[in-house]
Structure formats: structure tokens, C-alpha cells
Design a protein around this ligand. Structure first.
Ligand code: HEC
Length: 237
């Protein structure tokens, strides 16, 4: 019979326990220590910038309304997904998403690359009542947001906090947060008016404007639509 080399060890309870502990400790250190010396685990991507003041407000409204309960913002690296939505989501694209909105439910389609897919006026109609665009849609209408004035009283504070957390906003962007948001809102309102929407003054300063600014930003930091169009791909739709 072969000599059972482990027998003498197993027979000595205390020694065995100490040796087991040592083994686990060394194994644990080998796993735990190296990450402390990593500079980062996410590859930075050129062109990925923090949200503008207005987009940030739009994002907060998106969270307030629970849009992320029906819409994911993460394209997985599968052909069926990349054919439908565009290039799969890279970690570096989400560094300014705090909290991230990857989501795990897709009652509606993924929205991570919906920016630029439709004109602003499409979203205006769709948010007023999705059934005006897609008769069978089960998305709720958000017409009330067109009457809710956009609250910019905390915008500066929000940029300040994100700056403290490492988002690279400069001093001017923080100080002018509310004005910048109003200026971008004017541009969204102008594009809606150009498309024939007769906006009232209240509508031009409503929450919907910020929501549209946010939605139109999604997935546009990497210029994939141009690349897809250049390659003759049908990704842009
Ligand atoms: C009950 C689930 C549900 C909720 C909540 C919801 N949606 Fe949707 N959404 C859908 C469905 C289903 C569709 C597809 C049909 C359609 O276009 O209306 C859709 C479509 C969309 C589209 C068009 C996507 C595309 O590529 O064609 C956008 C943009 C959108 N939703 C934004 C939002 C925003 C912003 C909110 C929150 C204010 C929201 N949705 C809340 C279910 C939902």
C-alpha cells in the first residue's frame, strides 16, 4: 500500500489547522494585493466627456421617472444585439454614469445608442404619447413633463459634487451651470420649432427638453454612426 503522506498531517489537528490557515492566507494575499497597485481597470476612451448641465438634469429625470425599469443601457457583445443597437458597450463609455444605468430589463429597447437615431421632434411626440408613433407601444405617456418647469436650482451643486468625485468639470462649467443648461435648452427648443412644433414658453422651459437633450447624447461620444454609414452598414437606421 502506498504511503499516505497526508495521514500524519491530518492526524494532528492543531498543526493541520495552522497550515491550512497559512495556505489560505498566502492564496488570499496573492489575489488581493495586486489590484491595489493597478492604475485602473477601465481603458479610457477619447471623446468620452461628462454630461452637460442640461443632460445631467435630463438624466436625473430619466431616473426619477424610472425609465431604466423598462430600458437597459448596455449592448452585449452578441450579433443580434450589435446588429440592432450598434457596437457593444465598453466600460470606458460609462465612467461618467453615476450611478450606471446598465439595467437588466428590456420591456422596451436598449437606449445606450439611441442618440441621433431620431430627430428631437420625434422624441417630443413620442414622450407626449408613444401611441402616436407606435400604435401598439406599451410605453406610458409623459405629457405631464411638458408642463413641468425644469428645475435648475440644484444644477450647479450637482456639478460641484460630481467634480469632487472626479468628473472633469472646470470652474467655469460649474459657475455657469444653470446658464449653460438654459442655453442648451434654447437650442433644443429651436430645433423643435424648426421641425414645426409650436412650443409655448412653458413647454420650451419644460422637463421634456432636458430629457430630450439627455436621450440625444446617449452613445454619441464614440462616433459610431458615421463609421457605420461609411462602411455601408445599416446600423444607423
Ligand atoms: C413600461 C415600460 C416603459 C417605460 C417605463 C418607458 N418605456 Fe420607453 N419604450 C418602451 C417600449 C415598449 C418601447 C418600444 C415602442 C415604442 O417606441 O414606443 C419604448 C421605446 C422608447 C424609445 C424609442 C427607442 C427606439 O430605439 O426606437 C425611447 C427613446 C424611449 N422609449 C425612452 C423612454 C424614456 C425616456 C422613458 C422614461 C421617461 C421611458 N422610455 C419609459 C417601454 C417603456
Amino acid at each position: 500500500m502506498a504511503w499516505n503522506w497526508h495521514r500524519p498531517l491530518e492526524a494532528k489537528g492543531v498543526t493541520f489547522t495552522v497550515l491550512t490557515l497559512l495556505t489560505i492566507l498566502v492564496g488570499g494575499l496573492v489575489e488581493l494585493v495586486p489590484p491595489y497597485f493597478l492604475q485602473g481597470t477601465i481603458d479610457p476612451i477619447d471623446g468620452v466627456k461628462p454630461y452637460t448641465a442640461l443632460e445631467l438634469e435630463g438624466r436625473d429625470l430619466y431616473i426619477r421617472e424610472g425609465c431604466n425599469n423598462c430600458h437597459s443601457q448596455m449592448i452585449r457583445p452578441f450579433k443580434a444585439e450589435t446588429d440592432r443597437y450598434g457596437p457593444f458597450t465598453m466600460p470606458g463609455e460609462g465612467i461618467y454614469d453615476r450611478p450606471f444605468l446598465y439595467g437588466s430589463r428590456r420591456t422596451g429597447p436598449d437606449l445606450s445608442r439611441v442618440g441621433g437615431k431620431y430627430p428631437d421632434s420625434w422624441h417630443w411626440i413620442h414622450f407626449r404619447n408613444p401611441r402616436e408613433i407606435e400604435p401598439r407601444s406599451i410605453m406610458p405617456p409623459y405629457a405631464f413633463m411638458m408642463e413641468s418647469p425644469l428645475d435648475l436650482s440644484l444644477t450647479k451643486k450637482k456639478l460641484e459634487v460630481l467634480h469632487d468625485l472626479g468628473h472633469d468639470y472646470d470652474e467655469a462649467q460649474i459657475q455657469n451651470a444653470a446658464e449653460d443648461a438654459r442655453a442648451q435648452a434654447e437650442r433644443v427648443a429651436a430645433s423643435l420649432r424648426k421641425d414645426g412644433k409650436a412650443l409655448s414658453d412653458a413647454e420650451a422651459h419644460s422637463e421634456t427638453i432636458a430629457l430630450i437633450a439627455y436621450i440625444q447624447r446617449l452613445g454619441t461620444d464614440i462616433r459610431w454612426r458615421e463609421a457605420a454609414a461609411g462602411a455601408g452598414g445599416g446600423l444607423g437606421r
